[in-house]
Structure formats: C-alpha cells, structure tokens
Design a protein around this ligand. Structure first.
Ligand SMILES: C[S@@+](CC[C@H](N)C(=O)[O-])C[C@H]1O[C@@H](n2cnc3c(N)ncnc32)[C@H](O)[C@@H]1O
Length: 196
C-alpha cells in the first residue's frame, strides 16, 4: 500500500501550523479528529515536539495514517485511534482538540454528536481548533465555496459547508466560548474555542 496523499494538506499546513504554534504553545495532549491521510499530524507533531499528537479517524483511514506515522518515526505520535463520532469520543484529558476539513464531510447530526461528546474528552480548560470552510451570516464567503458546497451536496445531500453561527451554538451548548475566528488562505477559516 502506498501512503495516501492529499495535495491540499501541503498547501494549508504552514498557515495552520503558524496558528497552532501560538494557540497550542502551552498545550500537552492533542486529540485530532478525522486525521485523514496523517500528513497534518506528522507535520504538526514534528514542529511542536512539546505536544503528544493523538491521531484518530474511522477504521478505513487508519492503515494510511500508520504509514505516515511509521515513516516519520516521531516519539510524540502514538498509534492512531479508531474514532467515529457516532460512537462518542474517548474519555480522556486532552487539553486540545484539532480537526481539519471534517464538519462539511460529516452529516449535521454527526457534527452535533461531536460537540455533544467534547466535554467527555476535553480537560476543563481545553481548547478546540477547527479548520475548514465556513459560511458567515448564512452566506458563502466566496464563489468557490458556493461551488464546493454544491459539489459536496451533489455527492451526498448530508454534506455541506456549515454556518459558523450554527457551529458556535453547538460549541456554546458544550460549554465552549469562541476565542477567535481567523481568516485563512483559500477562503478557509481557523476557529478556536476554549472550554469554560
Ligand atoms: C476531507 S477529509 C479531511 C482529512 C484531514 N483532516 C485533512 O484536512 O486533510 C474528512 C475526514 O473526516 C473523517 N470523518 C468523516 N466522518 C467521520 C466521523 N463520523 N467520525 C470521525 N471522522 C469522520 C473522514 O474519515 C476524513 O478523514
């Protein structure tokens, strides 16, 4: 099996790392939800060696993630966890949770489950950072995001770019407060919340 490769990860990893370097400077244990290929994990874990970076994804992605982790041979990337948000999140003491490009892929009910389960996995002062496309005030932020949303929904009507306000309402329901909504290249955003 060849390592899976997502070109977008090569393009977005430096801007995301710049934000995580600030945001996660005082963090110790990160749970990544929907690690995908594992490319982000090896890049971020190598650059942020003070963190333990715990990858996770549904079962089908784990072999590919293992290939990336094994090749990188980092000491701060434990074996990936099998994690489907429909089954809840691991009970734990993660002081940070990170997820990239997942909320528009999950069905809305799955996004709700993710946020409902966050308090089980996050420490009382935990941070959540979510990267990806979002709508603002019920509107697409670009024509390319509108086209992307149409393509997503044509493939699966349960997918689609989420409204940041609706996601923030779920976050507030889970006891999280919005810290920052940062614009990122290519009409993406990095949204940070703090528990408590
Ligand atoms: C577009 S990929 C993004 C992967 C990676 N984070 C990135 O930015 O390249 C969406 C990811 O969400 C994961 N995902 C979708 N539904 C999920 C669920 N119910 N529970 C956990 N992960 C899920 C997929 O398996 C996939 O890895």
């Amino acid at each position: 099996m060849e390592k899976p490769f997502a070109p977008a990860c090569e393009r977005n990893r430096e801007p995301i790392l710049a934000l995580l370097s600030e945001r996660f400077a005082d963090r110790r244990r990160v749970l990544e939800i929907g690690s995908g290929t594992g490319q982000h994990a090896v890049h971020f874990a190598a650059a942020l060696p003070h963190l333990v970076w715990q990858c996770s994804d549904v079962a089908a992605h784990l072999p590919g993630i293992r290939l990336w982790l094994d090749e990188a041979g980092l000491s701060n990337t434990p074996a990936p966890l099998q994690l489907d948000v429909n089954d809840g999140l691991p009970r734990g003491d993660y002081d940070a949770v990170f997820s990239a490009n997942t909320l528009h892929i999950m069905a809305w009910r799955e996004v709700e489950r993710l946020f409902e389960a966050l308090p089980e996995t996050m420490s009382p002062d935990g941070l959540l950072v979510v990267y990806g496309p979002f709508n603002r005030d019920g509107r697409f932020t670009s024509a390319s995001n509108a086209a992307f949303d149409a393509a997503l929904r044509a493939g699966d009507p349960q997918r689609g770019i989420r409204d940041l306000e609706a996601v923030d309402a779920l976050a507030r329901g889970a006891g999280l407060s919005l810290l920052e909504d940062r614009e990122m290249p290519a009409n993406n955003r990095c949204v940070s919340w703090r528990r408590g």
